[in-house]
Design a protein around this ligand. Sequence first.
Ligand code: HEM
Length: 118
Amino acid sequence: MSPDHPAHVAAFIGEVFGGPKTYTESHGGHREMVMHHLGKHLTEEQRRRWINLLADAADAVGLPGDPEFRSAFMAYVEWGSRLARMNSNLGETCDPETEPMPAWGWGVPGGPYKASGK
Ligand code: HEM
C-alpha cells in the first residue's frame, strides 16, 4: 500500500457521503478506484476483516454512533466491499466509465427507534 492509501480511501468515502469531490477532482474518480482493485483476488475473509477494521476505525475516530448514521455507513461499506471483491476477481480490464460515483443517503430507517428531534 502506498503511504497515501488511507487519505485516498478517506477522500473517496467522504465524497460518497456528500463531502467534497476530492477523489473525483484529484485522484481519478470512480474509475480509478475500481481499477485499483482489478486482479487483486480479494477473498471473503479479507473483505470481512476490512469491514471490521473500518468499524473499529469509525469508533476510534468518534464517528456518530446513532442507528441512522451507523446503519447507512455500514450498509455502504458492506455494499462497496462486495463490489470491490467482485471487481478484484475480474481480469486486468473492465469498463467502469458508465458507473457513476455512488452517492449514499440515509436509507429508510425502520423499527421502533425514533431519532430525537423528529
Ligand atoms: C467500499 C469499499 C472500498 C472502497 C471505497 C475502497 C477504496 C479504495 C481506493 C480509493 C483505493 C485507491 C487508493 C489510492 O489511490 O491510494 C483502493 C485501493 C485498494 N484497495 Fe480498496 N476499497 C474498498 C474495499 C476494499 C477491500 C474490501 C479490500 C481488501 C480487503 C481493498 C483493498 C485494496 C487494495 C489492496 C488497494 C491497493 C491497490 C493498489 O495499490 O494497486 N479495498 N481502495
